[in-house]
Design a protein around this ligand. Structure first.
Ligand SMILES: Cc1ncc(COP(=O)(O)O)c(C=O)c1O
Length: 390
């Protein structure tokens, strides 16, 4: 008899489910978090040139040197953080692989990690793969504030790592300095590593500012900072991510990386060197475009009767539908919305651990606004047909 596999508790991801639903009815897809437009043309050109020049074989496992140098320069320029590109910067296949390697390297059987729910769904999966247990502090709408005392209460002798994400998917929150300091206090006090997932660092709206965990006093030494060109340059399908961490932490992560994918796509790494040469104007325009998209969708969502905090970062809005369907759970609400109104969103409860009491009564769905004006207009037209009284 074929044995049951070890991933029974991990059914098909909610993203695949909602995208399949969206495709089957030709819905407007605000479910999955990828842009429906291209990143800068010159980056595409650079990838084509790299292929033509013959950069088509395995890259060094740690990433090509010019890209590691470019990442190191970016951290220095943006945040004054210093990383040695040879020993402290690693290119990985998306932030997803970076998260995986960070967790595998430091959280083994019997260990514990502490995360914040709602979470990016690869966090529990990475813990599961390593045999570690993920415990979470559950954030609640409408303010989604982090209670560092609740994090500290979860610390045991087995705790190895805190997993944080700022700007935060799916709530759109940017953690305040006070929240970051409070988490840092817990990490320092209990000698924990922090895996800081900062993939949305460049999608940030004033007056919010992104504070890298590694920039807080005493935190550089214990933080693995993860980011990705997926979000910053709008190439999610290229899966070029990276991790910056002191050599001792980087070494662990690299050991895992050599046996997950070994190296990331060579010509795409070359193209991303060009991406990191883009000047301040690129980032300014990038944020301005996202601000317009955010505000367009926010107006339509609120007019339809959803309640939503204004996102401070990321390209997501988490919205409450309590006024529209108070008795319907979020999975059913999302399925109804896509099947009957042809608008795909993502329910939030799958981003909590199974059985979490906060998730049970959550009446929240996530809208992604990394979309063209045409897509947002179509979504707006659908939303205009929904109203609290409908
Ligand atoms: C919070 C968060 N972390 C990591 C990732 C993965 O990024 P990548 O495409 O680089 O694997 C995502 C993608 O949606 C995300 O939202």
């Amino acid at each position: 008899m074929i044995p049951q596999h070890r991933w029974q508790t991990y059914p098909t991801s909610i993203f695949s489910i909602m995208s399949a639903e969206a495709n089957s009815v030709g819905a407007v897809n605000l479910a999955q978090g990828f842009p429906d437009f291209n990143g800068p043309e010159e980056i595409i050109q650079a990838a084509a040139e790299a292929m033509k020049k013959g950069h088509n074989q395995y890259a060094p496992a740690t990433g090509i040197k010019p890209l590691r140098d470019a990442i190191s320069r970016r951290y220095q320029k943006a945040y004054g953080l210093k990383y040695d590109s040879d020993r402290e910067v690693t290119v990985l296949t998306g932030a997803t692989e970076a998260i995986w390697c960070a967790v595998q390297a430091f959280c083994g059987p019997g260990d514990e990690a502490i995360g914040i729910a709602p979470f990016y769904d690869s966090y529990p999966a990475a813990c599961h793969a390593g045999g570690a247990t993920l415990k979470t502090v559950a954030l609640q709408p409408p303010h989604w504030k982090i209670d560092a005392d609740a994090i500290e209460r979860l610390v045991t002798k087995k705790t190895k790592m805190i997993l944080i994400n700022t700007p935060h998917n799916p709530t759109g929150r940017v953690l305040t300095r006070a929240e970051m300091e409070a988490i840092a206090d817990v990490a320092r006090k209990h000698d924990l590593i922090v895996m800081s997932d900062e993939v949305y660092e460049e999608i940030i709206f004033k007056p919010a500012t992104h504070i890298p965990m590694a920039s807080l006093p005493g935190m550089w030494d214990r933080t693995i900072t993860i980011s990705s060109t997926s979000k910053t340059f709008s190439f999610t399908g290229w899966k070029i991510g990276y991790a910056c961490a002191p050599a001792a932490l980087t070494e662990g992560l690299r050991r895992v990386h050599q046996f997950t994918v070994f190296c990331s796509a060579t010509p795409l790494q070359h193209a991303m060197v060009r991406a990191f040469e883009l000047g301040d104007d690129y980032y300014k325009q990038f944020r301005a475009d996202y601000l317009t998209r955010r505000d367009t969708l926010l107006v339509a969502i609120r007019a339809a009767g959803f309640e939503a905090q204004t996102p401070e970062g990321t390209y997501f809005i988490s919205a409450g539908y309590e006024r529209l369907a108070p008795d319907v759970n979020d999975m059913d609400f999302s399925l109804d919305l896509v099947r009957k109104k042809k608008l795909a969103t993502i329910p939030l409860s799958p981003f909590y651990l199974p059985g979490d009491s906060v998730a049970k009564d959550l009446r929240q769905v996530r809208f992604a606004f990394c979309k063209t004006p045409e897509t947002l207009e179509k979504a707006g037209a659908i939303l205009a047909g929904i109203s609290p009284s409908a």
